[in-house]
Design a protein around this ligand. Sequence first.
Ligand code: UDP
Ligand code: MG
Length: 313
Amino acid sequence: MLSVVVPCYNEVEVLAHTHARLSQVLAALAGFECEQIYVDDGSSDGTWEAVNALARTSGSVRAVRLSRNFGHQAACLAGLRESAGDAVVVIDADLQDPPELIPDMAALWREGWSVVSARRRARDGETWFKKASAYAFYRLLNTLSDHALALDTGDFRLLDRELVDLLASTPDKNLYLRGAVSWFGLPETSVTYDRDPRHAGESKYTLRKMLALSRRGLLAGSVAPLRLSTYLGTAVLAGGLAAATVRRDPRLLARPGAFGAHALALGIVGEYLHAVFRQVQGRPDYVIADRVGAPGALAPAPHPLAEKERVAL
Ligand code: UDP
Ligand code: MG
């Protein structure tokens, strides 16, 4: 079974088109039973009425309404938790992510890939600010991140059930979905596509929401900002020490010494905070990818004599 999760925030203008295009693609997808799950993220424009009507008239559509606007990541997570498919695709409601890619993603999943991301090659109809900030942010995050991330991808991707269950059970209250997906380290591949302009309406990702998402990404994926204080303190202390030694004047160490000690102390607190943060994030210690040999397989085989005695009895 394949589930398609569609987070929707004030998308009433596009929903009928989205449902029609998705349904057409899914109907042609051989060998899969499909469900579409529309998550209304606290819309105020009739989105709920529209998805409600879709769910009533189509047996393969389900609709979920969040009590208020919790944001895109929460809406995706709600959809993942609602889904029942062996594979789950998360796709934007505005048709910027073409549903026609789903068959390719499903084929790669059948080949054994746990994650199939859709990587953006071109982004038509988006402002230069959005394109430039996204380009720079993904690269910055990848440099700072403690693990490799898929570049130029949003949340349009297919996930295997194993990963959906891992994500759905995470206690992380600041989940950055696209980063967390890579963290688990399961086999990941991508398809590339040209991102279409929005079918209708305007972007629901305000600058504030974009900043909140990037903050999440940085906090969840990287310890670098916390370590800034340690690096700064060490650099200032070393600079002061060098200046005092070269000029043979210990007074030159007074100011950098005081500043450096403060920054280093902050850095130490930061390390403990980081340890607590990781604990609270509650990710598993590791994910086992494969195992050869069943548990107990190395137990001693029964003695041949014992077998003979059993037969004789
Ligand atoms: N969205 C959501 N909650 C929000 C903001 C956006 O569920 O608070 C949904 C939105 O309806 C769309 C997807 O997230 O399906 C991506 O949003 P949008 O297209 O506005 O972002 P952009 O493509 O401009 O980055
Ligand atoms: Mg969009």
